[in-house]
Design a protein around this ligand. Structure first.
Ligand code: SF4
Length: 306
């Protein structure tokens, strides 16, 4: 049997999670993203080489027995997991195990208008969807979808899905130098994000060798771009490159979290010692609080709701 389960892996965004690979043999994807960590492969509309759903469920059962401390079971693939034809059976099978772990799926959003897939996604605790751009041309250049997929349709589908979905909806943007790294790109994304109102937006850049010759942006640039996203919890993946440098007084911290809740890990990695002391004082004064959003701690104003 192929390795259907991997990990547990630790991510600062979801903590410890057990990965489920729904395409363990080949890359099967309807996108050919320039930044993909997998080798380039011909785009496909559906998955044709896939594991038996009973084997997947059995592997999850065994994996969780061995790693009971994981927080999430993550449905993923060498490619796009919603192309797996037995996704419904696998989701139902895992849910029937009545495990304490949350079920998460990582999708490129391409199937968000497919009624069958929407029904399945509603059964999953956390859905993480990629949305790198709101611009059709950039989408074609960067994510290189199979013919017929348009970003405008994807955006409409996500907005509709978000209105009905009761779980944790997380959006992910991957920033590539020279492609989706301008202020204009992020102002457009901001408009879309504020229509979707996800629980959280994860913004990152290339940090592993990509499929094609493209480069990521600096941690400083990621931060600048993220500042154009208003009023929504954001997690910025800055890696080690980011140096502790944000020095704010109490008023400035209050303004910062009022504009946008700040993730605890971002604050830990970017605030100076003095700013952290001020932040602690704000906690003691009851002016800021911690909210848990999709497995991550965010600092926001006590009176703020998001
Ligand atoms: S959607 Fe994911 S798997 Fe598919 S090409 Fe893009 S990065 Fe790779």
């Amino acid at each position: 049997m192929q390795a259907l389960i991997f990990g547990p892996v630790t991510s600062r965004r979801f903590g410890l999670s057990l990965g489920v690979d729904l395409s363990p043999k080949d890359k099967q994807c309807n996108f050919d993203c320039l930044y993909c960590e997998l080798a380039p492969a011909k785009v496909v509309a559906s998955s044709t080489n896939f594991p038996n759903p009973k084997d997947v469920i059995e592997a999850v059962k065994k994996g969780i027995f061995l790693h009971q401390d994981v927080k999430y079971i993550t449905l993923t693939a060498n490619g796009e997991p919603t192309l797996y034809p037995h996704l419904n059976e696998v989701v139902d099978g895992i849910k029937a195990l009545k495990l304490p772990q949350k079920l998460l799926i990582l999708s490129n959003s391409s199937t968000i208008n497919d009624e069958k897939i929407i029904k399945i996604l509603h059964k999953i605790d956390s859905v993480k969807l990629s949305l790198d751009t709101a611009n059709e041309q950039i989408f074609k250049k960067l994510d290189r979808p199979i013919k017929g997929i348009k970003i405008s349709n994807i955006i409409d589908g996500i907005i509709k899905f978000a209105k009905e979905y009761e779980g944790e909806l997380i959006l992910e943007v991957l920033v590539v130098k020279g492609l989706n790294d301008t202020t204009k790109d992020f102002k457009e994304l901001n408009e879309v994000f504020n229509l979707i109102k996800p629980a959280r937006i994860d913004i990152g850049t290339i940090d592993r060798p990509p499929a094609y010759k493209v480069e990521g942006v600096s941690a400083k640039r990621l931060n600048e771009l993220a500042s154009h996203i208003k009023g929504l919890p954001i997690s910025i993946n800055k890696k080690a490159e980011y140096k502790t440098s944000i020095n704010l007084d109490k008023d400035e911290i209050l303004k910062l979290v009022e504009r946008r809740p700040q993730s605890r890990v971002d604050i830990d990695s970017s605030f100076t010692k003095e700013s952290k002391i001020f932040l602690n004082e704000l906690f003691e004064e009851g002016l800021v609080k911690i909210e848990n959003v999709a497995g991550m701690e965010f600092i926001c104003l006590t009176k703020q709701r998001f």
